[in-house]
Structures are given as structure tokens and as C-alpha cells.
Design a binder for this molecule. Structure first.
Ligand code: CUA
Length: 354
């Protein structure tokens, strides 16, 4: 019978884990949330800092682990050791102790200079930015543009112009916006290709700047556990050429006319009678001003909805109205027990909001 050497299982696991780590480095192609592939000035500044600090950290890691391994192997117990003889006892070595305190202190001090400078630089409000207020809710993002961009209020899709800094003021509230008594939870705003994370703290205002060089849709997500649907709290930053962005603002700052289609008009009525109006605003719809749920003025223009997890297709919108909790656990949107006819009419109305 063949005896298994001790440690064979351990070695197999070590091989599997190492292979997994090494192969993970082979991932290629377009990774939507690759923080090491910056596409904006802010992200690039942060990436440059990482490029400086990471190699130093790697060098320190291998140096320390190498010395540790050397000591373990060089001074390990051997079969011919006399167990009655103790190894030489060392009680202290002033020169070594000074060295291993001084060298790390110098390395940390050297790293601190560019790190602190970068932190201060990035926390400055840039010159002539576009200003947007970001409100983290459970579980979606509200974006409120400044005067300059028509005070547009939208959800989960943040449109920005390319080549211009966008200064964000971030807050977290509970269910009712603008009500300081509503208790919120902490979220974290993260668009890996455009900037690092910024936490949203209830009762506080945080700021950060993002910037995109090229037009495109940049994927983002909540990066702080905030409840049942934390993983369903995604968003996109859509960067447009400045002229296209201006056109977007002009179009989306205007209110919605009443629907012409008969089915959609019935849906618009249901919007009031089935209490949707108590939570959702639609600019141009009289009395629809609440900001508990997303502003729906240009709902049908959004690529995705429900925390940016569902494509805005009639089927998905119908499924959502049927049972929101099934698609996004913990969502504040209640199951309104709508009939199939009501859902059909509401979907028809929502489709006109573009
Ligand atoms: Cu919001 Cu996690």
C-alpha cells in the first residue's frame, strides 16, 4: 500500500489557490469596473499614486517575507540537534531595533508626501464645475442638477459632459428627501473608472469630483453595505460631448405633456388613483412632486431602472409593478395589488415618458 506523504493535500490546495490568483491576472477585455484602467483626470491622479505606492509595498512584502522564510529554514530544528542544548539566547540588539524602526518610518514618511498632497488636491473644489447633488436612498441614487442644468432630478443615470469636472455633493437620507428627521443609512458612491469611493453619511455632506475624458457609459455601484438590496444599488455615469450634454439638459429640463394615446391616458389617471403620485414626481403632471421614489419625468429614456438592475422594457416594467419586492428585496416600492389591466395601462403611460 502506498503511504501518502503528509502535506500532499496542503500542497494541492496551495497549487489551486496560486493558480486561481495567477489566472485572475490574465483577465482581459473590457472590464466595466476596472479601477486600474482610469478614464478621467481624477481617476488618473489616484492611479498614479497607486503606481508609486504599490511597487514599494510589494518590495517591502517580499523583503520581510523573504527574511522570515530565511530565518525559519536556516534556524529550524534538525534531527541531530542535542535537545538539552538551548540555542544562543539574544535579549536585544539596539542597532537592529533602531534600523527596523527607522527604515519603515522613512518609507512611510516618503509615501505620505505624495499621498497627502493628492488628498488635498482632490478635495479642492475645481474651477467652473458642473454641480450635482447626489442622494443615496434605499436602494437607488437620486441626482439633482444645479440651476445651470435646469434643476433636473433623475435617478440612477448621471449624465455629465466630457472634459469638465463634475463636483458632487453627496448625502444619504431615508425614505423622504429633504426631511432631516428621516433616518438613512451609509452608502458609498463608486465609479471605478472615474474616481475612488466616497461614503454618503446621513446628516453630513460629503463632496467629491469626477471627470470623464471620453464619451461613454461608466458603470458604478454602492460600495458600502446598506441593507437587503445593497447589491442591487447600481448606477451609470453617462458622459456626453459638451454640445450633446447641453441638448440633453434642454430636452430633460422641459416638463412632460399629457399623453395622447387612450391607454396611456388611462395609465396617467391610475398614476393618481393608485397612489403612485404619493411617492413619484413627474414634471408637468399636476400634483406629482413627491421625492420618496425616483422622479419619473423621463423614465423611458433610462437604459435601466430599479437600482439600475432591470432594462427598461415593457415586460420588465410590468413585472416590477406586479411585485417589486420579488425583483429587488427590501425596495420601498409597495406591491399595490394592481390588476393586469391597470399594469398594462401604467406601462403604456410610463413608456410615453421620454
Ligand atoms: Cu447603498 Cu450599499
Amino acid at each position: 500500500m502506498r503511504l501518502r506523504r503528509p502535506g500532499a493535500g496542503w500542497r494541492r490546495w496551495a497549487l489551486v489557490v496560486t493558480a486561481a490568483l495567477v489566472l485572475a491576472g490574465c483577465a482581459t477585455g473590457e472590464l466595466p469596473q476596472n479601477t486600474l484602467a482610469p478614464e478621467g483626470r481624477i481617476a488618473r491622479v489616484e492611479d498614479n499614486l497607486w503606481n508609486l505606492v504599490f511597487p514599494i509595498a510589494v518590495a517591502v512584502f517580499f523583503l520581510v517575507q523573504g527574511l522570515l522564510l530565511y530565518a525559519l529554514l536556516r534556524y529550524r530544528a534538525r534531527p541531530d540537534d542535542d535537545p538539552s542544548v538551548l540555542p544562543r539566547q539574544v535579549a536585544g540588539n539596539t542597532r537592529l531595533e533602531v534600523l527596523w524602526t527607522l527604515i519603515p518610518a522613512l518609507i512611510l514618511a516618503a509615501i505620505a508626501v505624495p499621498t497627502v498632497k493628492t488628498i488635498f488636491d482632490l478635495s479642492q473644489k475645481p474651477a467652473s464645475p458642473l454641480e450635482v447633488r447626489v442622494i443615496g436612498k434605499q436602494y437607488w441614487w437620486e441626482f439633482e442638477y444645479s440651476d445651470e442644468a435646469g434643476n433636473i432630478v433623475t435617478a440612477n443615470e448621471l449624465y455629465i459632459p466630457t472634459g469638465r469636472p463634475v463636483f458632487l455633493t453627496l448625502e444619504a437620507t431615508g425614505q423622504v428627501t429633504d426631511d432631516p428627521s428621516s433616518i438613512g443609512v451609509i452608502h458609498s458612491f463608486w465609479v471605478p473608472k472615474l474616481a475612488g469611493k466616497q461614503d454618503l453619511i446621513p446628516g453630513h455632506q460629503r463632496t467629491m469630483t469626477i471627470e470623464a475624458e471620453k464619451p461613454g457609459s461608466y458603470s458604478g455601484q454602492c460600495a458600502e453595505f446598506c441593507g437587503l438590496s445593497h447589491a442591487n444599488m447600481r448606477f451609470a455615469v453617462v458622459a456626453l460631448e459638451p454640445a450633446e450634454f447641453d441638448a440633453w439638459v434642454e430636452e430633460h429640463a422641459s416638463p412632460q405633456p399629457p399623453p395622447q394615446d387612450e391607454l396611456a391616458a388611462r395609465g396617467a389617471e391610475l398614476f393618481t388613483s393608485r397612489t403612485c403620485i404619493a411617492c413619484h414626481a413627474i414634471n408637468g403632471y399636476e400634483g406629482a412632486e413627491a421625492r420618496v421614489g425616483p422622479n419619473l419625468t423621463y423614465f423611458a429614456d433610462r437604459a435601466k431602472f430599479a437600482g439600475y438592475i432591470l432594462e427598461t422594457t415593457p415586460e420588465n416594467v410590468a413585472a416590477w409593478l406586479e411585485d417589486p419586492q420579488a425583483l429587488k428585496p427590501g425596495a420601498q416600492m409597495p406591491d399595490l395589488q394592481l390588476s393586469d389591466e391597470d399594469i398594462e395601462a401604467l406601462v403604456a403611460y410610463l413608456q410615453t415618458l421620454k
